[in-house]
Design a protein around this ligand. Structure first.
Ligand code: HEM
Length: 478
């Protein structure tokens, strides 16, 4: 470890104190989220004290952020507390008042800001998210075998009332529903080694982007640390989201968009005759147009290749870097693409000063039955619920998560050309009002496509505070 760094910031001590899965991902196959109510305060505090001090036969240990090297534990256990949870554990009013207002209001009261209306409205959420005041803790177990999840759940259930359980899993090859490879780009933090992001060349993010108590990328500014330091320092906030994905509707819309484009007068500008063979192996013209729409809507081809650096083919030769690119003035990646909205990088945008201040760490796994976008029954819609159990982590929910959701993903306050449109993948769209502008090569303009519904619907969630291990001990001793 670099001595100079250690003098100013003891990164080893920070990693030992921070909960795992914040600074690096666990890369496990399975997750189980338990929504818990504190019904026996003494039992809950006792459990938390033991969990923060390394666990016991009866209580799982909280996994810290330190790199476990080759000694991978059989499971990982972490907790996030809602504002109601802090109250239930006996945190004083004075201390509660030092938490940011969006957190104290909770996710359901912030619904309009984050696009949770219509079918996504909290009054349509199933239990236990229909009683948000009872959801005190979201405990997350990560493991590679189901038996490990069951074992930890049984231990937790002895100290808390389990209101609900949500299981997630990796779909394989890093994919999520809609068929995209995900979790490719994540912020990288100063001093933190993250092998999965080793090649990314975006600016390193200061620790204050994700942890409370450190400088942020805003000059001389950092977010307020809830009082006392024992509780606030090294904490982080999380937007836990259950996001249903209409996979069937998405694929059917790609069919319709390709039908429409085939008849469009400018189709040969978008896909010159014969170029479909270059787009991807074995694709005919219709299939290639489908993939172009999917790639432009996301900002990556579904196999993860960035559209910015490889706009003509999903299989560039030689390979292009999955993470090292920026949006140029001549970019063929639409300004309205999901990942360009979510992270405009160094691109020229209206709120330019905000570009790197809203970084989010994304951790998530899919839930629900399989759906194969290459092989599904077009005549019998399979609309069973499936989607993403997503965690969006940051130091401030208002300035980061909500600002991205509201200003950028919905509304599109990046460039006047997209202002007034929503993110095509997950925005609060309706078939009557939606629009997405596909970019044509050689600055030849755009082709607009319309009529797509909302593909992602919120089905539950909570704003949680991810306390440090010191803070969990503090809570256990209240
Ligand atoms: C079901 C919902 C969602 C799906 C299917 C989805 C899908 C994707 C995919 C396929 C990528 C590209 C892979 C990568 O670069 O890692 C991506 C990137 C990203 N998404 Fe999402 N996403 C979803 C929800 C969200 C939400 C709710 C947010 C923010 C509040 C978000 C923020 C981001 C960010 C920040 C990136 C990285 C962009 C970059 O750094 O270049 N996503 N998403």
């Amino acid at each position: 470890m670099n001595k100079q760094v250690k003098k100013d910031v003891d990164i080893d001590a920070i990693e030992r104190d921070v909960q795992g899965n914040i600074l690096r991902s666990y890369s496990r196959h399975l997750v189980r989220h338990l929504m818990l109510e504190v019904t026996n305060v003494a039992a809950a505090r006792r459990f938390l004290g033991v969990a923060a001090n390394g666990g016991s036969e009866a209580v799982p240990a909280i996994t810290p952020g330190s790199d476990w090297g080759k000694a991978k534990p059989p499971s990982n256990f972490n907790i996030g507390l809602t504002f109601e949870g802090l109250k239930a554990l006996g945190v004083s009013r004075r201390t509660l008042q030092t938490f940011p207002v969006e957190f104290s209001q909770g996710m359901t009261k912030r619904a309009m800001k984050i696009g949770d209306f219509g079918d996504s409205a909290p009054d349509k959420w199933p239990a236990p998210f229909d009683t948000p005041e009872k959801v005190h803790i979201v405990a997350s177990i990560h493991a590679d075998e189901e038996g490990q999840l069951d074992k930890v759940e049984a231990q937790v259930a002895k100290a808390f009332t389990v209101l609900g359980v949500r299981d997630g899993r990796g779909l394989g090859r890093g994919k999520v529903f809609f068929g995209y490879k995900d979790s490719i780009s994540q912020p990288r933090f100063k001093w933190v080694k993250d092998r999965t992001q080793a090649t990314a060349d975006e600016p390193l993010d200061p620790l204050g982007t994700i942890l409370l108590g450190y400088p942020t990328s805003m000059e001389d500014m950092s977010f307020r640390v809830p009082y006392p330091d024992a509780l606030g320092l090294n904490g982080s906030f999380n937007a836990f989201r259950i996001l249903a994905q209409a996979s069937y509707d998405y694929e059917i819309y790609l069919d319709e968009a390709a039908d429409f484009l085939l008849k469009h007068k400018d189709v040969d500008l978008l896909l010159p005759p014969g170029a479909e063979k270059k787009v991807g192996k074995g694709l005919d013209r219709h299939a290639a147009l489908r993939e172009i729409v999917a790639a432009q809507m996301c900002g990556r081809w579904r196999n993860g290749t960035p559209y910015e650096t490889s706009p003509d083919t999903m299989d560039p030769d030689p390979d292009v870097s999955p993470t090292n690119f920026d949006y140029s003035a001549q970019s063929r990646c639409p300004a309205g693409a999901h990942m360009r909205r979510a992270n405009p990088r160094g691109g020229h945008i209206v709120q330019r000063i905000a570009t790197y201040t809203r970084r989010l760490v994304r951790r998530g796994m899919s839930y629900g039955p399989d759906f194969d976008p290459d092989d599904f029954d077009r005549k019998n819609p399979d609309r069973r619920e499936r989607g993403l159990l997503g965690n969006f982590l940051c130091a401030n929910l208002g300035a980061q998560f909500e600002a991205v959701m509201c200003d950028w993903l919905n509304v599109g306050l990046q460039t006047p050309s997209i202002t007034g449109t929503n993110d095509p993948l997950l925005g609060a769209n309706t078939a009557e009002t939606s629009r997405f502008d596909l970019t044509l090569p050689d600055n030849a303009g755009t082709i607009s496509i319309y009529g797509f519904p909302r593909f992602v619907t919120a089905r539950g969630g909570a704003y949680t505070f991810l306390p440090s291990l010191t803070a969990i001990r503090y809570l256990s001793e209240l």
